[in-house]
Design a protein around this ligand. Sequence first.
Ligand code: COA
Length: 418
Amino acid sequence: MNPFTASEAHALATTYDDIWLVAGVRTPFADYNTALRDVSPTDMGIYAARALFEKSGIPAADVQAIIGGNMAQSSFDAYFLPRHIGLYSGVPLPVPAVLVQRLCGTGFETILTAADHIKLGKAQVVLAVGTESMSRNPVAAYTHRSGFRMGQVEFKDFLWEATKDTAPGTSMGDTAENLAKRYGISREDTDRFAAESFARGCAAWDAGWYADEVVPVTNATWELEGYNPRGLKLADRLQSFERDGHVRPTAYETLAKLKPAFKGVQTGGNSSAIVDGAAAVIVASGDYVRAHGLKPLARIVAGSSVGVPPEIMGIGPAPAIRSVLAKAGLQLSDVGRVEINEAFGAQFLACEKELGLDRAKSNVHGGAIAIGHPLGASGVRLTTTVSRQLKAAGLQYGVSSACAGGGQGVAILVENAA
Ligand SMILES: CC(C)(COP(=O)(O)OP(=O)(O)OC[C@H]1O[C@@H](n2cnc3c(N)ncnc32)[C@H](O)[C@@H]1OP(=O)(O)O)[C@@H](O)C(=O)NCCC(=O)NCCS
């Protein structure tokens, strides 16, 4: 029996007829506190957007709306993030920008909001950018504006605190442990899956798969006439950062030796890596695509968001994927490639069991355990990469999906544009 029928019944789902994911790129993802540690999410987003315009040949001047996605405010000018991404990537000054947030579903939300803009007739060409600096998460206090009582200092590590859901009183890692118990997933299962994620990620990098998706990051300065310049500087005097930092050969035996992070099956090796990075896509109407003779990556067929119990938030992709398929009138067997964000190894495995997924079709070039999970950027990465996979393998349908803290799931169904 499907335990998530209520979640599916309440799904926020819609289909799109003639809306296209035209092109997408991302930065390499840098391990926490390494190459991108000093770069604000705004600057990573600007970098990704500029690279996207250059690579796709789509003029920034054609963009009519900007959708930014970001979770942690990681610079003092954080409020201006989507606006500055537009201005400094060359989008005309009068074009408005908005920020969206659905926790780890944020990147997907940028694409779905872009598609909604087009469906509603507000715009024909939309720039969607997901970006996250985990390294620049602040050490923060919320109650000290008027001082503090002796010994009552509140300053805390936001990066650590923010992954605890205060409703159930459960950290994100513990939600994965809850799924491990519920679905009978062992430490060995989780480590073996993580080893596969690392192996697939390494193989894909070595085979050149990511060359067409990941743009090397170099130091940059961006001028904007009449305004202050801004730019990007890599850490440790690096001149260039080219490859996902966390993707490295990792044997099962190595993973099996790591200490539990949350008193169960999850460790630092079989959980999503904490990384910095940004990803950008152009979403456009069919009219724009045809008028400019573009060859898009994929058609956006449908999107869905669902709610699930917060204490098992990681199962979100199961009802999200079921509901997006139902909305489009398709079955899982119609889908050739699936990308589910690997927030935690046991969380992916629970979704795999719940949906009856075929491992050979899922996360085929490695997932967030190897590549990393920069919260606001992951959905853009996953939707771009699954679209590229359809083209490469000549398959028709693909799904990208993630769970989100607080108990949600989001999924996007795409169709090969070939
Ligand atoms: C699970 C988590 C708490 C672990 O954090 P951590 O304890 O700082 O993890 P580390 O990166 O230090 O890894 C722990 C150890 O494993 C080792 N390790 C991690 N990945 C490894 C790999 N691929 N190969 C070898 N060793 C590895 C580290 O070197 C470290 O070893 P050490 O203790 O000897 O220094 C953290 O990764 C996490 O919270 N991830 C999920 C983030 C999240 O919640 N995202 C939102 C999802 S909803």
